[in-house]
Structures are given as structure tokens and as C-alpha cells.
Ligand binder design. Structure first.
Ligand SMILES: Cc1ncc(COP(=O)(O)O)c(C=O)c1O
Length: 426
């Protein structure tokens, strides 16, 4: 092998994988087993005591999932990763390793609606508070941070509005305040944007979306950037204090720049349990092999559709960062110059009724609550994903009554445009 660092497309196919040592199988096998036989009693003891790495039980580690973890860590430029059953469970395990009752997360108010619910309601029952800030105004993050803040949470490209967030500015603030910056990179994927290079400490994904890419498998992942000092403040006791269940091991001291990924695995995943199935790891790994090709085509198709809708007389506005006049265009050029992804919103003339009418008339598009499929998808957030929010929260989250969200697929772009035209005018 040469010393050259492999390029992104090479890593997407090869990182973490090797021919199977037992059989020579070239594709990563699905290790569909719950448990693994120990070599002997000492081996078992060393695995349980964290003195050796190895497989015990698929809730904690699995060889198929390990390839997925290594591959995504390589693509994001992180030190290690932990795959989970869904994007939401990745968020749960990530914050579980950081938060104690009474602590808070300062989060961007432009997030996926399900994340807003998770933070506003379910996390509150653990005593974890949320303080909302506006990614368009950095001073709101600064004002929200207090001595119980344990993380800042943003999306690089916010769902559903196609909003590009100034990661470097927020990372600088996080560093000055001594809290980690957690970035959900689901909509951009590491092909379009690598948040760790811009100062993020942790990257999260719903692998269910573009990483798997075919709308067939749920998954999530936590990528450790290896940059945060978990021992500096005493505010992260799970990492900086001896762990009673592991004979007093101090995770940060023992595992250094991948201690966060270890904490999420050996405390969060072990005890809370949302493990990804080996089958889903295999499906998502297969999807990732074509991530660069798919994301470029998604972005190219979406830009053509956005340009078409911008000139449509039944469309009042289009919010897509790749359009030169868009208010996020300069940030898109900085953080994701290859394209702005598949997802964007537009305002349909006629408001709520016209939005509901459009989603009923499309034929090629599927009306459903997902993004990141090969197929083109459409949703009217106000009547579906965001309906639990108050009207004010809907508007803040970019999901007002006239808003329609597209996840532009990989079909022929002329067919995608023709379907929208017939549904808008029909
Ligand atoms: C940006 C973003 N983050 C997280 C999630 C949650 O992921 P999952 O549905 O895999 O739990 C979603 C789901 O739509 C999402 O769009």
C-alpha cells in the first residue's frame, strides 16, 4: 500500500473492511449472532474488565457493526464511532454520557421536529433541560449558555428549511465556554460537509437517511472527534471519575481521544440498549459505498428542481442554499461547496389547503415522513411532522402553513419536475 491517504470515495468503499478472515468473503458478512465464545476464562475476564477489546454480546459490539463504525469515523475524520438503532437513540446515548439531572443543552431552534420534541419533552423527564438559541444570531447562544450547560447542539444543514449553520463561529464559542459542540450532520453527510474539520467535537447521524440512502434500514451513529477535554472542568463525571462497574477505570484517562465513544458504548449502549441489528449495519454499509455518487446527484437534481420552482407562478418562495440569491448561499459555499443536498422547502400559493392538495396530487413523489431515499419524497410539515408544535414553534422551525418539503431523489430530473408541475396546476 502507498502512504497516500485514501480519498473520500475510496474510504466510502474500503474503510474498516477487509476480506473475512475465516472465509475470504469480500463483502462484509452479516454476523447474525447474539453472542461470541470466549477463548478461555482469562480472555472473558479481560473483556468484561475493559482490559481487552473484543466481542461479548451484540448489544455492545458486533463485527458487522464494527465495520460500519470504522467507516463512518473515517469519513467524518473522527477517532471512533458508535452505531445505534436509530438517529434518535444516537442523540439519547450521546447526551446520556454528558448530562446529569439539572444540566442543560443549548440547542439551535432550527432542528428536525422530532429532535425538538425529544429535547422539549422526553429529555426533560431525565432532568435534562434545553435552552433554545437562533443559529442566525450567535449572541443568542452566548446568552443561553450558563454554568449548567454541558453541550451545544446544532444541525449543519437544518431540517426542514435547508438552513446552513455557521459551524466555525459556534465552535469558537463552545471552545471559549468549555462545552462540546455536537453537530447532527444527517442532511449534509460527510460527502458535503465534515463538521469536525470546522471545530465540532461530536458528530451525530440518522443513518436511516442519506448514509443508508435507500429508505430501507434504521440506524444512527455517534462519531467522536477526539478533540474535547472531558477532564478539564469536572463537569463530565461519567468520563472523568472512576467507574465502579469497571473496577475504578477512569474512561478519559484510559481511552484518551476516543473515550467519548467508549463511554457511549460501555455505559449508554450497555445499559439503555438501543443496539443496531447486524442486518441493518450491512444494509447501511452497502449504501455508504455509493454515498459520493448519490449525494452529488441528489444535490444536482435538487438544484435544478429549486431553480424551476423559483420561476413557478404557483410558488411564492424557495428556500435552498444552493440558489445564489438565498440568504444561506455564502455559508453553503463555505461549508458545503459541492452542493446543498436533496432537501429544501418552498411556499405554495394558497397556504395550508394548497399544501395538502399538492401532496395528494403527486404521482412520482411519495407522500411520507422521511428524507434521503433514492425516490423523491414530499411532505407538508404543518399537517404531519410538525403538527404537535404550536403555531409559533412551527413558524420558528420553518414549518409554517404554506411550507412544503421535498427530498429530491435520484430519478431523471425532468420526470421529477413534470410531476410537480402537474400536481401544482392540477
Ligand atoms: C436531521 C435528523 N436528525 C435525526 C433524526 C432522527 O433519526 P431516526 O429517525 O433515525 O431516529 C432525523 C429523522 O428524520 C433527522 O432528519
Amino acid at each position: 500500500m502507498s502512504d497516500k491517504i485514501p480519498g473520500f470515495s475510496t474510504l466510502a468503499i474500503h474503510a474498516g473492511a477487509a476480506p473475512d478472515p475465516a472465509t475470504g468473503a469480500r463483502a462484509t458478512p452479516i454476523y447474525q449472532t447474539t453472542s461470541f465464545v470466549f477463548d478461555d476464562v482469562d480472555h472473558a475476564a479481560s473483556l468484561f474488565g475493559l482490559q481487552a477489546f473484543g466481542n461479548i454480546y451484540t448489544r455492545i459490539t458486533n463485527p458487522t457493526t464494527a465495520v460500519l463504525e470504522e467507516r463512518v469515523a473515517a469519513l467524518e475524520g473522527g477517532t471512533a464511532a458508535l452505531a445505534t438503532a436509530s438517529g434518535h437513540s444516537a442523540q439519547l446515548l450521546c447526551f446520556h454520557s454528558m448530562m446529569q439531572p439539572g444540566d442543560n443543552i443549548v440547542a439551535a431552534n432550527k432542528l428536525y421536529g422530532g429532535s425538538i420534541n425529544q429535547l422539549n419533552h422526553s429529555f426533560k423527564s431525565f432532568g435534562w433541560n434545553v435552552k433554545w438559541a437562533d443559529p442566525a444570531d450567535l449572541s443568542t447562544f452566548e446568552a443561553a449558555i450558563d454554568d449548567r450547560t454541558r453541550a451545544i447542539f446544532i444541525e449543519s444543514l437544518a431540517n426542514p428549511g435547508g438552513i446552513v449553520v455557521d459551524i466555525e463561529a459556534i465552535a469558537a464559542l463552545a471552545k471559549a465556554k468549555g462545552v462540546p459542540l455536537v453537530v447532527d450532520n444527517t442532511m449534509a453527510t460527510p460527502y458535503l460537509c465534515r463538521p469536525i474539520e470546522h471545530g465540532a467535537d461530536i458528530v451525530l447521524h440518522s443513518l436511516t437517511k442519506f448514509m443508508g440512502g435507500h429508505g430501507n434500514s434504521m440506524g444512527g451513529i455517534i462519531v467522536d472527534g477526539g478533540s474535547f477535554d472531558w477532564s478539564a472542568s469536572g463537569n463530565y463525571p461519567l468520563l472523568s471519575q472512576p467507574r465502579p462497574e469497571y473496577q475504578g477505570v477512569v474512561l478519559h484517562e484510559t481511552f484518551g481521544n476516543f473515550a467519548f465513544a467508549i463511554a457511549c458504548r460501555v455505559l449508554g449502549l450497555r445499559d439503555l440498549g438501543p443496539a443496531i441489528s447486524p442486518f441493518n449495519s450491512f444494509m447501511i454499509l452497502t449504501g455508504i459505498e455509493t454515498l459520493p455518487l448519490r449525494m452529488q446527484r441528489h444535490s444536482d437534481n435538487a438544484k435544478k428542481v429549486a431553480l424551476h420552482l423559483s420561476a413557478h407562478d404557483k410558488v411564492n418562495w424557495v428556500s435552498y442554499a444552493a440558489l445564489p440569491e438565498d440568504k444561506h448561499h455564502a455559508l453553503q459555499q463555505k461549508y458545503m461547496p459541492k452542493g446543498a443536498g436533496a432537501v429544501f422547502t418552498f411556499g405554495v400559493e394558497g397556504g395550508y389547503e394548497a399544501g395538502v392538495n399538492l401532496v395528494s396530487k403527486v404521482e412520482l413523489f411519495s407522500h411520507l415522513a422521511n428524507i434521503g431515499d433514492t425516490r423523491s419524497l414530499i411532505i407538508h410539515p404543518a399537517s404531519t411532522t410538525h403538527r404537535q408544535l404550536t403555531d409559533e414553534q412551527k413558524t420558528i422551525a420553518g414549518a409554517g402553513p404554506d411550507v412544503v418539503r421535498l427530498s429530491v431523489g435520484l430519478e431523471e430530473v425532468d420526470d421529477i419536475i413534470a410531476d410537480l408541475d402537474q400536481a401544482l396546476t392540477g
